[in-house]
Design a protein around this ligand. Structure first.
Ligand SMILES: Nc1ncnc2c1ncn2[C@@H]1O[C@H](COP(=O)(O)OP(=O)(O)OP(=O)(O)O)[C@@H](O)[C@H]1O
Length: 638
């Protein structure tokens, strides 16, 4: 009977909530307990396996770490949260660690990288943040490392163990080039990160700054020097040389790029005065006018200097050219379904967001026409498009930078680690703002948004409660035969999965999912329920109404009293929007009305204030261009 281990296990179970079926009877040997396996002489616990055992909360300190002979620890598919206790470093004989599918958070557990006998380490599908440490090279027996579905940032360290056969870092927020030592793993092992490049993915592209953090930021691998303290293994030396080599190569590439650009700039200034920002009206007027001036607009077929033209829309107050933009320090904000967004800080201090579109399938003319439609939209709840650029190889959209970030970041960013939860009032106001923006697009502009999701709801810095919708009306630029991107699957109406065609009604569905996301705090594209993420509408439907408060609403909203009735009302509106049959979904203006007309109990602070503006066309006093008023753009049906 392993007496000490028994005490440790009892201490563990008494400090954590768990499923009823885990009943460890103190009068029996611990070696007979559910989930516990001892060595052949029953003198110590070798394996502890409690997967899916309803364990909820933090792993208590100084409990499991006392199982000094433990070889296998399997606590996956529970609801464990918080960091992995540092005293896990005492489990020196651990070989297999399965902690996947929990809600563990914090930096990469440093206690685990001290356990040099680990063979398989699976901490996938948790909320770990920070960088992946180079010190994983300490685990010289490692054959499997599973880090996917977390929020790791920075670069991938070179992990040089030849024994490593399975490796996965997909669905994180990593960037930079993939170390050559890791290039032998399949592309799927690196998929869905902020932006990774190099073998086995696409080569790193020197046109835009490498997706690594902007050069002004300290390079992430500093951790290397801190953690790799006393002795260097051969593997580490090899890895350092590889990283050093890559850095040198990058430096060389950057130098060549700078020289080439300087040359080009010299030639340009000889032949051409720097083009002042021209207005859309003029640019597109020319485009639609005589054929001789057409190519001047976007430089599609014109040679050299004429390519460098950004087309600005009126009202932005910006004046810079493509050269300025290219010179700006740029930082990857994220990789979306239709391209990558960069935050660009121009030399004179202006900050803008540049969205680099990929796989645009329309002609230059069609592109310009859609830009004209989008560039003329002006409403306080719609992020204005400021400029665009079109050439054969590059299609760029420029918009204002919104420093307060997206609803997605506010709702899901670093949960549980000291973040300020988004309160109920803010969530409600954000829902109203987004609805107003959509009413303007649908009713006044006859434009289908086509990509409603929480990362496309941006908050204004001066007023967190005031949101605007972004990335609207871009679907007509892409071929509908592109495979649906799983990142937005959770928002996609059922009929769109088949028809690949977004409509006003499919926007309503996506808005409904957004409302459910605001209420539940759950991201519809998280991989917590099946591979393609949680299906919020189906999940909410599966919970009986009496259980909504306990099961459905975000725990962060539980602290607000007297708002339950409001939450139930909003949930019902959200559920009406996600009706399976498109015709049963309400129109956007009715959705807005319903939200504004909610019975707000004691806290009525006038959600309605400017709804009539929204229906009339909001603060947009301009008349829409004739083309866009005639009908909805091609391919979009109400
Ligand atoms: N103008 C902006 N100001 C601040 N953050 C922005 C801005 N535009 C985009 N972002 C943020 O940058 C990240 C990447 O945005 P991007 O639009 O490229 O991708 P996405 O929203 O995830 O997907 P999609 O391309 O389908 O819209 C997102 O987190 C988004 O919220």
């Amino acid at each position: 009977e392993p007496t000490q281990d028994k005490q440790a296990l009892l201490a563990f179970l008494s400090q954590i909530s768990h499923a009823n079926r885990i009943q460890w009877n103190q009068s029996h040997s611990a070696c007979t307990w559910v989930g516990v396996v001892c060595d052949p002489t029953n003198s110590s616990v070798f394996y502890l396996r409690l997967p899916g055992a309803g364990l909820v909360g933090q792993i208590p300190r100084n409990t499991l770490s006392r199982l000094s002979q433990l070889r296998v620890l399997s606590l996956h598919s529970n609801r464990l949260s918080g960091p992995i206790p540092s005293d896990f470093s005492q489990l020196t004989l651990l070989r297999n660690v399965y902690l996947q599918d929990n809600q563990l958070s914090g930096d990469f557990p440093s206690s685990l990288v001290q356990l040099s006998r680990i063979i398989r380490l699976d901490i996938s599908s948790n909320n770990f943040t920070g960088s992946i440490p180079f010190s994983l090279n300490n685990l010289t027996h490692l054959t499997g490392l599973f880090l996917q579905n977390n929020q790791f940032t920075g670069r991938i360290p070179s992990i040089a163990q030849p024994s490593l056969a399975d490796f996965n870092v997909s669905n994180n927020r990593l960037n930079g080039s993939i170390p050559t030592a890791m290039a032998r793993f399949p592309a799927t092992a690196f998929a869905n990160n902020l932006q990774l490049c190099g073998d086995p993915l696409a080569p790193c592209n020197p046109f835009f700054p490498s997706p690594a953090p902007s050069p002004t930021l300290p390079p992430p691998p500093v951790i290397v020097t801190r953690r790799r303290s006393r002795r260097l293994s051969t593997a580490a030396i090899v890895a350092i040389s590889v990283v050093g080599g890559i850095l040198l190569l990058l430096l060389l590439l950057a130098l060549i790029f700078l020289l080439l650009r300087r040359n080009r700039r010299r030639q340009t200034t000889k032949t051409q005065k720097p083009p002042p920002a021209i207005t859309t009206a003029r640019a597109l007027g020319e485009a639609a006018g005589t054929s001789s001036s057409k190519d001047d607009v976007t430089g599609g077929s014109a040679e050299g200097a004429e390519r460098n033209k950004l087309i600005f829309f009126q009202g932005g107050g910006y004046s810079f050219d493509l050269e300025d933009l290219l010179r700006a320090s740029a930082e990857v904000l994220g990789k979306g379904t239709v391209g990558t967004s960069y935050k660009a800080v121009l030399e004179e201090g202006t900050t803008v967001v540049v969205k680099r579109l990929k796989d645009v399938s329309v002609t230059k003319k069609e592109f310009e026409q859609q830009m004209e439609v989008l560039g003329n939209i002006k409403h306080e709840n719609v992020l204005p498009l400021r400029a665009f650029y079109y050439s054969k190889d590059e299609k760029l959209l420029v918009s204002d930078y919104m420093p307060a970030g997206s609803l997605s970041a506010l709702l899901h960013g670093s949960r549980g680690s000291g973040r300020t939860p988004l309160d109920w009032e803010s969530r409600l106001r954000i829902a109203v703002s987004a609805a107003r923006g959509l009413v303007h697009l649908h009713v006044s502009r006859k434009i289908v948004h086509g990509n409603i999701k929480s990362s496309n709801i941006l908050l204004r810095q001066d007023n967190l409660l005031d949101a605007c919708v972004s990335d609207y009306g871009l679907n007509p630029l892409f071929s509908s035969s592109n495979p649906p991107n799983h990142r937005i699957m959770g928002y996609r109406a059922p009929e769109v999965v088949e028809t690949r065609k977004v409509t006003f009604k499919s926007d309503i569905y996506s808005f409904g999912v957004l409302v459910l996301e605001l209420l539940t705090g759950k991201a519809p594209n998280q991989a917590s329920l099946g591979e393609e993420g949680i299906d919020l509408p189906r999940w909410v439907q599966s919970v009986v109404r009496e259980e909504w408060t306990a099961e459905v609403f975000d725990v962060e909203l539980m602290r607000y009293h007297n708002v339950e009735e409001e939450m139930v009302q909003l949930l019902q509106i959200g559920m009406a929007c996600v009706a399976n049959v498109p015709d049963q979904r309400p129109e956007m203006q009715h959705v807005l009305r319903m939200i504004e007309d909610m019975n707000r109990g004691d806290t009525d602070e006038g959600l309605r204030q400017s709804s009539d503006d929204a229906l009339r066309g909001g603060s947009d006093s301009q008349t829409p261009p004739t083309d866009s008023r005639k009908a909805s753009p091609a391919g979009l049906t109400p």
